[in-house]
Ligand binder design. Structure first.
Ligand code: ZN
Length: 314
């Protein structure tokens, strides 16, 4: 008798294989309706999962095939885990090297874009960010940064593209008004860099440099930076016509864009730790997480997706 796959984390939480695969299939169906050739490949994503199991029955993914399509819910779940784990490794090294350094979490926004504008607006946003960090008052205290773009879909089907940036700065940033940038100043600088004729919304938060859990912690900011570029719930609603338009817009808009960008010390450390594989070559099987560590391998577990019964069976 085939059994339903049970894959839990150390703390006993069920890993969301089934939920993400159901979303993946719906996304693949949309691609098919939109006549994307990759639809078939996307549907095969994570169809067969090979795990190694320890004597307590805990599993570690050993082999599967991931489609790596930018909007794939299954790949994005793995990618977000991997990127936040790797980012934490990088940040830990950075803190070790610059113990006095401080972190600031910036969110840079602009007015929504239409589907056809999205691609060029994302490109302009990246260019504007590169100008922002070169401004003297920003550059003089900057040790490094990591940035990501996120896109949410508004009710009127326009796109809210914004940038999350974790800045690593010298402690002198907070030492005097000649160095410190208020929220109003960040807003003005972003307006200038982005060449906007209106005041954009900018959030600034100082982050506690400890690596423990909690709000305003470095871990929370790393997770926020490394999370989904587009959330599945924004492309998969109960309105199919709307979803098809949104998937089409995002497939076009995100093509060729990069999700994460690193600079300064954080880029150097990422390189040293050899975590700088490009997105095509990224390995989504090993997500570099501590909670994936298991005991000695005692057997292999193979789970296969059943399209009719909508679950993984071993
Ligand atoms: Zn996938």
């Amino acid at each position: 008798m085939a059994k339903i796959l049970q894959d839990t984390t150390k703390s006993g939480k069920q890993r969301p294989w089934r939920e993400r695969k159901i979303e993946n299939v719906k996304y693949a169906d949309y691609l098919e309706m939109l006549h994307y050739r990759k639809a078939r490949r996307v549907k095969e994503c994570g169809e067969v999962l090979r795990f190694i199991a320890d004597d307590e029955g805990r599993l570690k993914l050993a082999q599967t095939w991931f489609c790596k399509s930018r909007l794939c819910p299954l790949c994005n779940w793995r990618r977000a885990m991997k990127q936040s784990n790797q980012l934490m490794q990088i940040l830990q090294v950075a803190v070790g090297r610059e113990p006095k350094g401080r972190f600031i979490f910036l969110t840079l926004t602009e007015e929504n874009a239409s589907g056809t504008e999205l691609k060029s607006r994302l490109r302009e946003m990246t260019r504007a960010f590169n100008r922002l960090i070169k401004y003297k008052k920003v550059a003089k205290n900057l040790l490094g940064f990591v940035r990501s773009t996120e896109i949410t879909v508004s009710a009127n089907e326009t796109y809210h593209q914004h940038m999350h940036v974790l800045l690593f700065v010298k402690s002198s940033y907070f030492a005097s008004s000649a160095n410190y940038l208020s929220q109003a100043e960040w807003t003005k600088l972003w307006q200038k860099a982005r060449k906007l004729d209106y005041m954009p919304i900018v959030h600034v938060e100082a982050i506690k440099s400890n690596l423990k859990k909690g709000k305003n912690s470095l871990l929370a900011s790393a997770q926020e930076t490394a999370k989904y570029q587009v959330k599945s719930k924004d492309i998969l609603t109960d309105n199919q016509e709307r979803d098809l338009r949104v998937v089409e817009d995002l497939e076009q808009g995100l093509a060729g864009s990069r999700m994460l960008g690193f600079g300064g010390l954080l880029r150097d450390i990422r390189k040293e730790l050899q975590l700088d594989a490009d997105e095509e070559n990224e390995n989504l099987i090993d997500t570099s997480g501590d909670d994936e560590e298991i005991g000695d391998k005692v057997r292999e577990v193979v789970a296969k997706w059943n399209f009719e019964r909508q679950n993984y069976f071993v």
